[in-house]
Design a protein around this ligand. Structure first.
Ligand code: CAA
Ligand code: NDP
Length: 283
C-alpha cells in the first residue's frame, strides 16, 4: 500500500513529535488539534527543534525547509478526507479516542489506515467502533519521538496482515525499529515501565526516600538516563495515571493499583513538565 499523505490528530508532545518525524522522512503530513493554541504550540515546537538541528549541523537549511514544506496545521478533522494514514495521539482516555476514531472512520477514504499512539488502551476495542477494523492498528512511538528508536506495533484481534506490513514498512522508512506485540493492557513497554514508575512514587509516598534521591539511585545505580520521577514528569502524570488505571482494570490485579500520591498530584493539576509542576518544578 502506498502512503503519501499522513495526518496526526492531537498536537501535544507526542503528536507534534510524530508529525515532525514524518515530515523529515519526506511524507506530507497534516497536524490536527481541536484547539488553535495547542496546534500553534505544536508547530512552534517542531520549528524550534528543526532550527536547533541546523544550528548543531545535524541537518542542512535545505532539509529543514523541505520538512517545513511537508507540514501543514489544521483544526478541521475533515482534512482527513485525502489521507492514507491517520495517527491519533489525543489524551489517554478511551471515550475521547473512540469518538475520534468514529469521526475519522466517516471522513477518511476507504483505503486509509487508522492508527493509535495509545500507551495502553486496547486497540481491539478501538477497532470495533469503526467499520474498518482490519485497518486499525497501534503505532506506539516513544517520547521524545525524534530521538527514540522504538515503535511498538500493536495488532488488534481484527488487524489484517496487509495493515501490519504497511505500518512495519512505514516505521522502517522513519528510520525506527518496529517491534510487534499483541493487544494486552500496557502492551510490553508500559506493562514493564509504568509499575516501576508507580513503585518509585510509592517509595516517596511511604517516606523511604526523597524525590531527588530515588532518581539518583536509579540513575547512578542502574544507569537509567533519567530517574523514574523525572521520567514521570516528562511523560505527564495524567498519562501515567491513565496507564496504571488501564493495567489495574485490565488485569484485575492489585499490584497495579495507582499510588494515591499520583492521583493527588493529577487532581491538583500537577501534571509534570507540561504543566510547570510535577515531582519537580519547571517554572
Ligand atoms: C509513556 C509511553 O507510552 C512510552 C514512553 O515514551 S516512555 C518514555 C521513553 N523515553 C525515555 O525513557 C527517555 C529517557 N531519557 C533519555 O533517553 C534522555 O534523557 C533524553 C534522550 C531524553 C535526553 O538525553 P540527554 O543526553 O540527557 O540530553 P541531551 O544531550 O540534551 O539530548 C540528547 C539528544 O536528544 C535530543 N532531545 C532531547 N530532548 C528532546 C525532546 N524533548 N524532543 C526532541 N529531541 C530531544 C537533543 O536535541 C539531543 O539531540 P542531538 O544528539 O541530535 O544533539
Ligand atoms: N507522553 C508520553 O510520554 C507518551 C504518550 N503516549 C500517548 O500519546 C497520546 C498523547 O499523549 P501526549 O502527547 O503526551 O499528551 P498531551 O496532553 O501532550 O497532548 C494531547 C493533545 O491532544 C489534544 N486533543 C485532545 N482531544 C482531542 C481531539 N478530540 N482532537 C484533537 N486533539 C485533541 C489536546 O488538546 P487540549 O490540551 O486542548 O485538550 C492536546 O493538545 C496519549 O494516548 C498517550 O498515552 C504515547 C507514548 C509516550
Amino acid at each position: 500500500m502506498l502512503i503519501n499523505q499522513v495526518m496526526v490528530i492531537g498536537a501535544g508532545q507526542m503528536g507534534a513529535g510524530i508529525a515532525q518525524v514524518f515530515a523529515q522522512a519526506g511524507l506530507r503530513v497534516k497536524l490536527n488539534d481541536l484547539n488553535e493554541d495547542a496546534l500553534q504550540k505544536g508547530l512552534d515546537g517542531i520549528k524550534k527543534r528543526l532550527t536547533k538541528a541546523v544550528e548543531k549541523e545535524k541537518m542542512t537549511e535545505n532539509e529543514k525547509q523541505q520538512a517545513f514544506e511537508n507540514l501543514e496545521g489544521t483544526t478541521d478533522l475533515r482534512a482527513a478526507s485525502d489521507c492514507d494514514l491517520i495517527i491519533e495521539a489525543v489524551v489517554e482516555k478511551m471515550e475521547v479516542k473512540t469518538k475520534v476514531f468514529q469521526s475519522l472512520d466517516a471522513i477518511a477514504p476507504d483505503h486509509a489506515i487508522l492508527a493509535s499512539n495509545t500507551s495502553s488502551l486496547p486497540i481491539t476495542e478501538i477497532a470495533a467502533v469503526t467499520k474498518r477494523p482490519s485497518q486499525v492498528i497501534g503505532m506506539h512511538f516513544m517520547n521524545p519521538v525524534p530521538v527514540m528508536k522504538l515503535v511498538e506495533i500493536i495488532r488488534a484481534l481484527q488487524t489484517s496482515d496487509e495493515t501490519y506490513e504497511a505500518i512495519e514498512q512505514m516505521t522502517e522508512k522513519l528510520n525506527k525499529t518496529p517491534v510487534e506485540v499483541n493487544d494486552f493492557p500496557g502492551f510490553v513497554s508500559n506493562r514493564i515501565l509504568m509499575p516501576m514508575i508507580n513503585e518509585a512514587i510509592y517509595t516517596v509516598y511511604e517516606g523511604v526516600s526523597s524525590v531527588e534521591d530515588v532518581d539518583t539511585v536509579m540513575k547512578l545505580g542502574m544507569n537509567h538516563p533519567m530517574g523514574p520521577l523525572t521520567l514521570a514528569d516528562f511523560i505527564g502524570l495524567d498519562t501515567c495515571l491513565s496507564i496504571m488505571e488501564v493495567l489495574h482494570e485490565g488485569f484485575g490485579d492489585s499490584k497495579y493499583r495507582p499510588c494515591p500520591l499520583l492521583r493527588q498530584y493529577v487532581k491538583a493539576g500537577w501534571l509534570g513538565k507540561k504543566s510547570g509542576r510535577g515531582f519537580y518544578s519547571y517554572e
